[in-house]
Design a binder for this molecule. Structure first.
Ligand SMILES: [Zn+2]
Length: 222
């Protein structure tokens, strides 16, 4: 049994410190009361390491630009360290949060893709490659997301097929409608995006028809 010399109490188990005054306990440890959470500890260590790296990068970037006046060659007016800070901030509070248990896989993938795409559009606007981003990178990423959502819809056992599929239709069709009303010619990847979302929607209705119907009834009480 371990003892606290200050509180004059005996403490069972293998605690290192007194639960009352936090002083070091003396005496022989007993069998531990609680199981060791090695896995959790390691995860928390990784989390702290990445958090530290994020802060180091943010501060290094800001000081390089604003104290040492370091600019990206060819873009003397762009505050690159602020853009870097934005990425790090989104990584920390957007993407790392997605790894917490509780949210569905489809939502994780979609919100991660959404965060990254928004940042990419902002970055490409300042560095002048937004045409490429909007014309190719965004639609191709969305195609990947649509396919991932379809797979999730197929393997989902809780009958949440429809929410995946509606997300798919939305991201497939909305950009097309926007481009249509802007009177712009739709780039091929966006058309591919639209076609894919419709095809996968039909596929899901065929393969999971009964479940989709049940879900509509459940959600809209009909
Ligand atoms: Zn004590």
């Amino acid at each position: 049994m371990k003892k606290c010399l200050y509180c004059k109490i005996e403490v069972g188990g293998d605690l290192e410190k007194c639960p009352l005054c936090q002083s070091k306990l003396v005496g022989e440890p007993e069998e531990p009361y609680f199981p060791k959470q090695a896995n959790l500890q390691r995860r928390s260590l990784y989390y702290k390491i990445q958090l530290f790296v994020v802060w180091v990068l943010a501060i290094a970037g800001l000081s390089a630009e604003f104290l040492f006046n370091f600019k990206i060659p060819g873009f003397p007016k762009v505050h690159w360290s602020l853009i870097l800070f934005l990425w790090l901030f989104a990584f920390e509070f957007g993407i790392m949060r997605q790894f917490k248990p509780g949210t569905g896989s489809a939502r994780k993938v979609t919100s991660m893709a959404f965060i990254i795409l928004v940042l990419l559009v902002i970055t490409s606007y300042f560095f002048n490659f937004w045409r490429f981003t909007l014309g190719w990178v965004v639609p191709i990423t969305i195609i990947g997301d649509i396919i991932a959502n379809f797979v999730f819809a197929m393997i989902d056992k809780q009958g949440n097929t429809m929410s995946y599929l509606l997300t798919n239709l939305l991201v497939g069709i909305v950009p097309y409608i926007i481009l249509y009303f802007l009177g712009k010619e739709t780039p091929i990847p966006w058309i591919a995006c639209l076609i894919l979302s419709v095809i996968l929607f039909i596929g899901a209705v065929i393969f999971k028809g009964r479940m989709v119907l049940n879900e509509i009834q459940r959600r809209f009480n009909i």
